[in-house]
Design a protein around this ligand. Structure first.
Ligand SMILES: [Zn+2]
Ligand SMILES: [Zn+2]
Length: 278
């Protein structure tokens, strides 16, 4: 059943994904789920969670046929589910992990670093590597040994760089995003790198999704789309929309949800920039 829930969350559009997962989280379903999944893992894994030389194949994702195999053990299924949820809904597991007791936190960290993270990193980096030729204006280099992804976006005379480093306990620990050289000035890159870091660390998306978001933002900026004056991004984090609402007076642009949030927190319906009635 949990396979279906994870699947439903992953297949839904980003905005719905956020709603589904936060509902499951708020109602403590994830907490119970993760608690049981870990308890069901094979005893030798639980006892030797610190031993990185133990084979980690047991954590490989199972195919549909294998899942329906009647000889499938509960232990094997638990390992599969743990990898699956970490891979597909990393932000949820990360949130749970961050508020766990320190003993549990260390235990889960060691277990994940030794058995699951290498599998997930390998998968993420391979999928980036396999898709790197598909992007116009973007060149991507993947370093497997250092878990590093370097992306270069270039268009006309403009060129901007980005480095993403996955931690050894990925996706539990935060992904590091650095903006490198930025030539041409027209695309200020610090903000976009920050948006990407926020996306990678707080949303349930893959690195590949994040890179697509980054490229999309730069494309839109290059086409002349202005940033929203509330959140300073082009593409809205949850809805993926562009800033569509324009103030009649100062002509600044805003995302619908950002403006709505501003109206409710300030309990006024004035423009956040020029303070005239919107
Ligand atoms: Zn906004
Ligand atoms: Zn205004």
């Amino acid at each position: 059943m949990w396979d279906c829930i994870i699947h439903a969350c992953v297949k839904s559009p980003l905005a719905m994904r956020t709603i589904y997962t936060s509902w499951l989280y708020e109602n403590k379903f994830f907490e119970k789920f993760l608690h049981f999944v870990i308890r069901l893992m094979p005893i030798e894994i639980l006892k030797n969670h610190d031993n990185k030389f133990l084979p980690s194949e047991i954590f490989n994702i199972l195919s549909w046929e294998k899942l329906n195999d009647e000889n499938l053990t509960l232990e094997r299924y638990a390992c599969h589910l743990y990898t699956e949820v970490l891979k597909k809904l990393p932000a949820v597991v990360r949130k749970w992990w961050n508020i766990s007791s320190s003993r549990q936190k260390t235990f889960v960290d060691r277990l994940t670093t030794n058995f699951v993270s290498p599998l997930i990193c390998e998968g993420e980096l391979s999928s980036i590597s396999a898709n790197k030729e598909k992007n116009e204006n973007m060149q991507v280099t993947v370093h497997f040994s250092t878990r590093e992804v370097i992306a270069v976006y270039f268009i006309d005379e403009v060129r901007t760089e980005l480095t993403i480093v996955l931690p050894s306990n990925y996706p539990l620990g935060p992904v590091k995003v650095d903006c490198g050289k930025n030539i041409g000035g027209r695309l200020s890159s610090r903000n976009d790198a920050l948006q990407l870091a926020l996306f990678l660390n707080h949303q349930n998306g893959t690195i590949l999704d994040g890179l697509a978001l980054w490229k999309n933002t730069l494309d839109k900026k290059f086409e002349g789309v202005e940033e929203c004056y509330v959140c300073y991004t082009v593409i809205h984090q949850d809805t993926c929309q562009l800033p569509k609402l324009t103030c009649k007076t100062c002509k600044k642009k805003f995302h619908g949800p950002c403006l709505y949030k501003w109206f409710t927190t300030s309990s006024k319906s004035t423009c956040p920039i020029c303070r005239n009635v919107f």
